[in-house]
Design a protein around this ligand. Structure first.
Ligand SMILES: Cc1ncc(COP(=O)(O)O)c(C=O)c1O
Length: 443
């Protein structure tokens, strides 16, 4: 089947995925608020139409999934009858105590003095569940979260789903701009909204979607700014989403936000996950929270599932203590680094001569953020989307990554993921995208 033949059919099938008929059933207000989330559509399309080169869905690399390591860990668990029996049972709502202890030490082995009390760690089914739980616990409808924009669009969906307000703050390759953040906070204070501002959310390293990393200077400035705000107006939290922290391909790791001030662990929440660094199928994530949040978060988690799958947690405990994770990490870093290079060289080959096309070169993570000439609308209603689908390539339109308020939506942007495709298909995908752009520009 040719690329063109495929796409005649695909958009129709794609549409039908999102067509829940509200007239057939009176859904809750929260179901309405959750309507039309892009993540499900993008993942479904990538799975359903493997011939389409998806530079959209945030899947991880298939070829380097830790099959052998996982088999070994499973064998060790199954060979220990007492451990196997424990793994097959429910466990504490906060998750397996052994894994929480191990995590506290493993994540902070470079700075053992900053290791958190394992009682402040909550294990979840991926870090997304943690972020959701946290948002539900700290936000009432109308409350405000300031986000580095563009940002992780699934979290924007979470905020929308609970009727909270997300306000975008300008960010660049060094992460959230502190002056813009300060200005936004002052504006909110002047408008009598200080009490509504509950948190600042950012993906601190190699962020999704823009690949930027908060610089050391800005890390200090952010912590100082929030400490000063808290003295004036009361509680304000920093949510540091560290989903990609372990996927660094160049440069030196930067200190976590919670390690930058003696009392920072009172207001910095760190979330993490093994989805990107080991396996999303096992889906173990975590949050490290101030002590005063623990009990309420666990009460809320009790209402959801009273503990995430214990078997997965025992498996990850085995994977860390056996050294499987440490062994696996350099391998996937090397593989992703190659793919990143493939994407950057393809972008250079296709767009290097064009002064109105820009992209960031991340030091890690899974994404490259592409900015096209201002008049190009990358959304599904623009000409580029259709032209790209006709050429068999899928991307994430940048507008999904901006909240409704704050910094303006840059509709000429695209998130490209290099996580799942091999180098050849990445290059092919970028070439197809370039062809789609040339096509609409020639009309
Ligand atoms: C920035 C960011 N945070 C959190 C997550 C959640 O990942 P998981 O729930 O698999 O841990 C993702 C997944 O893509 C992400 O990109």
């Amino acid at each position: 089947m040719s690329i063109n033949e495929q796409v005649e059919v695909e958009p129709t099938k794609f549409e039908s995925l999102q067509c829940a008929d509200d007239e057939l059933y009176e859904f809750s207000r929260r179901a309405h608020l959750a309507k039309g989330q892009p993540i499900g559509k993008l993942m479904a399309q990538a799975l359903k139409f493997p011939d389409l080169i998806s530079l959209a869905a945030g899947f991880v690399d298939n070829a380097t999934l830790p099959c052998e390591e996982t088999r070994e860990c499973l064998r060790s668990i199954c060979d220990d009858p007492a451990l196997l029996r424990r793994a097959l049972q429910y466990d504490a709502t906060a998750g397996n105590a052994g894994l929480r202890q191990t995590l506290a030490e493993w994540c902070h082995h470079a700075q053992p003095e900053t290791a958190p009390d394992p009682d402040r760690i909550i294990l979840t089914s991926g870090s997304n569940q943690f972020l959701h739980l946290l948002a539900e616990a700290i936000l009432n409808p109308g409350d405000i979260v300031l986000v580095a924009a563009p940002t992780y669009f699934v979290f924007l969906g979470t905020l929308k789903g609970i009727d909270a307000q997300a306000i975008g703050v300008a960010a660049d390759e060094d992460g959230i701009q502190i002056e813009a953040l300060q200005e936004q906070l002052e504006q909110l204070s002047a408008a009598g909204q200080a009490g509504r501002v509950k948190a600042i959310y950012l993906v601190t390293d190699f962020d999704n979607p823009a690949g930027s990393t908060l610089s050391l200077e800005r890390r200090h400035q952010l912590v100082e700014l929030v400490a000063a705000w808290r003295k004036r107006y009361g509680p304000l939290l920093i949510i540091s989403d560290n989903a990609y922290q372990l996927l660094r391909y160049s440069g030196q790791p930067l200190p976590s936000l919670s390690s930058l001030a003696a009392d920072a662990s009172d207001y910095v929440i760190e979330s993490g996950t093994f989805s990107k660094s080991f396996s999303p199928g096992i889906r173990v994530g975590w949050g490290i929270v101030p002590q005063y949040l623990v009990e309420r978060l666990l009460d809320m988690k009790s209402n959801v599932d009273f503990g995430s799958p214990h078997f997965s947690q025992v498996l990850m405990q085995q994977a860390i203590t056996s050294g499987a994770v440490d062994h696996h990490l350099p391998r996937i870093r090397a593989a992703y680094h190659n793919k990143l290079q493939a994407m950057l060289s393809a972008l250079h080959a296709e767009f290097g001569q064009q002064s109105d096309v820009h992209w960031r070169e991340p030091a890690g993570g899974l994404y490259v953020w592409l900015t096209l000439p201002e008049h190009i609308d990358t959304s599904e209603s623009g000409a580029l989307w259709q032209s790209a689908i006709e050429r068999g390539v899928l991307y994430v339109p940048g507008h999904y990554c901006y909240p409704d308020q704050g910094v303006g939506v840059a509709k000429n942007t695209i998130r490209l993921s290099f996580g799942v495709q091999n180098a050849e298909r990445i290059q092919d995908g970028v070439a197809r995208l370039a062809s789609a752009i040339r096509h609409i520009e020639s009309l």
